[in-house]
Design a protein around this ligand. Structure first.
Ligand code: DX5
Ligand code: ZN
Length: 219
């Protein structure tokens, strides 16, 4: 399991997205883009036109986290646009198998996200369709929220299920991941770490990425 860091541009300056992306280029593994529709979550961020523009302007692979209703309709568009990873939410998808397959067919990695209150066991049979399981460690919608320690047993459980089936599903954590919490996530079995405030809230985002990676690798 290689540690990967995915800085979330939700905490970056939206007026200067390409510049903000450049600050972690060559250091971050991914750029995490939070798409929110003000329906699935009570916040509104950006959509496909902005992602298309961003994709032309950045070198780091883009990891789109869709916090939207009806991802079955919209997800494939993000893969077609060139996002290398597209994640849909279990609570919003009505046909997750079809949508995950459509994402893969476009050459992107298919991600499947669970809110803190959504159990992972119900999705065991779906694991072969998934490249990355995203376990939310806050309620989705906003950056800068405190990490929910109650999700740690689910990270352990997810890692057990992935191993049991001999799969290579990545386990991503998102929400409140910072210097103080990343080691707990890594010990529990996460290998992809989203960090918003812990990267873009710092004077030197690249150094923050390096520090997070070192902590996760040492856990
Ligand atoms: C929250 C988003 C996160 C957010 C994390 O719903 O999915 O990606 O940017 O921000 P931090 O790391 O500040 O909790
Ligand atoms: Zn996110």
């Amino acid at each position: 399991m290689a540690v990967q860091i995915s800085p979330s541009i939700l905490s970056a300056d939206f007026a200067r997205l390409a510049d903000e992306a450049a600050r972690v280029a060559g250091v971050a593994d991914w750029l995490h883009v939070d798409v929110m529709d003000n329906h699935f979550v009570p916040n509104l961020t950006l959509g496909l036109p902005v992602v298309e523009a961003l994709l032309k302007a950045v070198s780091t692979p883009v990891d789109c986290h869709l916090m939207i209703e009806d991802p079955d309709r919209w997800a494939v568009g993000y893969a077609e646009a060139g996002a290398k990873s597209v994640t849909i939410h279990a609570e919003a998808a009505k046909a997750p198998v079809r949508t995950l397959r459509a994402i893969r067919k476009e050459g992107a990695r298919a991600g499947f996200a669970l809110n803190p209150a959504t159990a992972v066991d119900a999705y065991e049979d779906l694991l072969p369709e998934i490249d990355m399981l995203l376990l939310m460690t806050v309620e989705p919608g906003f950056g800068g929220q405190p990490f929910l320690d109650g999700v740690l047993p689910k990270i352990r459980r997810a890692r057990q299920l992935v191993s049991k089936h001999g799969l290579e599903v990545w386990i991503q954590v998102d929400g409140g991941v910072a210097d103080e919490t990343i080691e707990r996530c890594a010990e529990a079995g996460a290998d992809v770490f989203v960090a918003g405030n812990a990267v873009y809230g710092r004077d030197d985002p690249a150094e923050a990425v390096r520090a997070l990676r070192a902590l996760a690798e040492g856990a």
